[in-house]
Design a protein around this ligand. Structure first.
Ligand code: NAI
Length: 326
C-alpha cells in the first residue's frame, strides 16, 4: 500500500520510519507541502494520503484526490474540523483519524500554559537572563482550593480534570454528555454556572458548528473578573476580537493559548523574518498576561509514537476491510 504523507517535518519522518518496521506492507513517501487543492494532484498513484491539522481537506481537495484514485485520507490527529466529511462520503473516500493518542499530552500542556501565564514564567525567564531579579508584575494566584471549570470532558478534558483535582482544586465541568469515570472528582454544572464560578477555565470540546465562537463577548462577560483562560482545543472556539476586548478590559488575570484562529499559516513554520500585517496574533502577543504556543499540545514522544502506530494500523485496517468506529 502506497501512502503520501503531506506537511511532514523531521520529527514526523522519524516517528513514522520507526513505526514502519512493524508494517512491511506499507510504502511511504513524505512531502513537506501541505495538502490543499493545488498539492492534491501529487497523490496520483497513491492509495492513501496522510494529512494534518492545517491541511485543507475540503470539497475541492477531495474531488481531486478522488480523480487521482485515492481512496483513503489518514488524519494523523484527533480533530477533523478541516475535513469535509460529506464530500468525502460523496467521493467514496474513507477518512480515518487517531481519536485518542495521548490525552495526557494535551492536558499536561493545558496545565503548563495555565501555570506559565499565571506565574508569568515567560516574563520571569527573560528578566533573569538580563540580570533583572525584580518581581513587579509577576504575582500570580494559588491554584490550590480554586475552582477549575473544564468545558468538554472527553479524553483530554477528563485528563485535565484529574490533573486539576491533583492540584487540590474544586473541579466543575460542562459537557453535553457526562463522563461517568469522573463522578468522584467532578461536579457537572450548566455552562452559565461554569463561566461564573470558575477561577481557571480550560476548553476541551471539538470545533463544530455548535461550538464555533462559544467563547465570545457574552460568555466572556459571564466569567469572573481575574479568571485564567486556557484553550488547547481549536482556535475558532474563541472569537479572537472579543477575547482581545476582554483582555483590554482587564477581565482576565491571564490567557494561555495553544491554538488560535489565525494559526493555519503559522503552524509549524518559522516566520520570524516576516512582517505579519493585520495580525491579531501579534496583538495578543503584545499583552503581558498572554502566553501563546504553536499547537504543540500533542507534541510528546509518547503521542508521536502512538500517532504513527495508529495511523499505519488504520491503513492496514482499511486495506483489510476492518470496520472501525470513527
Ligand atoms: P473527545 O471526543 O474525547 O471529547 C470531546 C468532548 O467534548 C466530548 O465529551 C463531547 O461530548 C464534548 N462536547 C461536544 N460538544 C460540546 C459542547 N457543545 N459543549 C461542551 N462539550 C461538548 O475529544 P478529545 O480527544 O478530548 O479532544 C478534544 C479536542 O482537543 C479535539 O477536538 C481537538 O480539537 C483538540 N486537540 C488539540 C490538540 C493540540 O495539540 N492542541 C491535540 C489533540 C486534540
Amino acid at each position: 500500500m502506497k501512502i503520501l504523507f503531506y506537511d511532514t517535518k523531521k520529527y514526523d519522518r522519524q516517528s513514522f520510519q520507526l513505526a514502519l518496521r512493524h508494517f512491511p506492507d506499507i510504502n511511504i513517501d513524505f512531502t513537506s507541502s501541505d495538502l490543499d487543492p493545488i498539492t492534491a494532484s501529487l497523490a496520483q498513484g497513491y492509495d492513501a494520503v496522510c494529512a494534518f491539522v492545517s491541511s485543507d481537506v475540503g470539497t475541492r481537495t477531495l474531488e481531486i484526490l478522488h480523480q487521482m484514485g485515492v481512496g483513503l485520507v489518514l488524519m494523523r490527529c484527533a480533530g477533523f474540523n478541516n475535513v469535509d466529511m460529506e464530500a468525502a462520503t460523496q467521493y467514496g473516500i474513507q477518512v480515518m483519524r487517531v481519536p485518542g493518542y495521548s490525552p495526557e499530552a494535551v492536558a499536561e500542556h493545558a496545565m503548563a500554559l495555565a501555570l506559565a501565564c499565571n506565574r508569568r514564567i515567560h516574563k520571569a525567564y527573560v528578566r533573569v537572563r538580563e540580570n533583572d531579579f525584580s518581581l513587579n508584575g509577576l504575582m500570580g494566584m494559588n491554584f490550590y482550593r480554586k475552582t477549575a471549570g473544564i468545558i468538554g470532558t472527553g479524553k483530554i478534558g477528563a485528563a485535565m480534570c484529574r490533573i486539576c483535582h491533583g492540584f487540590g482544586m474544586r473541579v466543575i465541568a460542562y459537557d453535553i454528555y457526562e463522563n461517568p469515570d469522573l463522578k468522584d472528582i467532578v461536579q457537572y454544572v450548566s455552562l452559565d454556572t461554569l463561566l461564573s464560578d470558575s477561577d481557571v477555565i480550560s476548553l476541551h470540546c471539538p470545533l463544530m458548528d455548535s461550538t464555533h465562537h462559544m467563547i465570545n463577548k457574552n460568555t466572556i462577560s459571564q466569567m469572573k473578573d481575574g479568571v485564567i483562560f486556557v484553550n488547547t482545543s481549536r482556535g475558532a472556539l474563541v472569537k479572537t476580537q472579543d477575547l482581545i476586548d476582554g483582555i483590554r478590559m482587564h477581565k482576565f488575570a491571564s490567557v494561555g493559548l495553544d491554538v488560535y484562529e489565525e494559526e493555519t499559516d503559522n503552524v509549524f513554520e518559522d516566520r520570524s523574518d516576516e512582517i505579519l500585517e493585520h495580525s491579531t496574533t501579534a496583538r495578543l502577543l503584545s499583552f503581558p498576561n498572554v502566553v501563546i504556543t504553536s499547537h504543540q499540545g500533542f507534541f510528546t514522544q509518547e503521542a508521536l509514537e502512538a500517532i504513527a502506530h495508529t495511523t499505519l494500523q488504520n491503513a492496514m485496517d482499511y486495506r483489510d476491510g476492518v470496520e472501525k468506529p470513527f
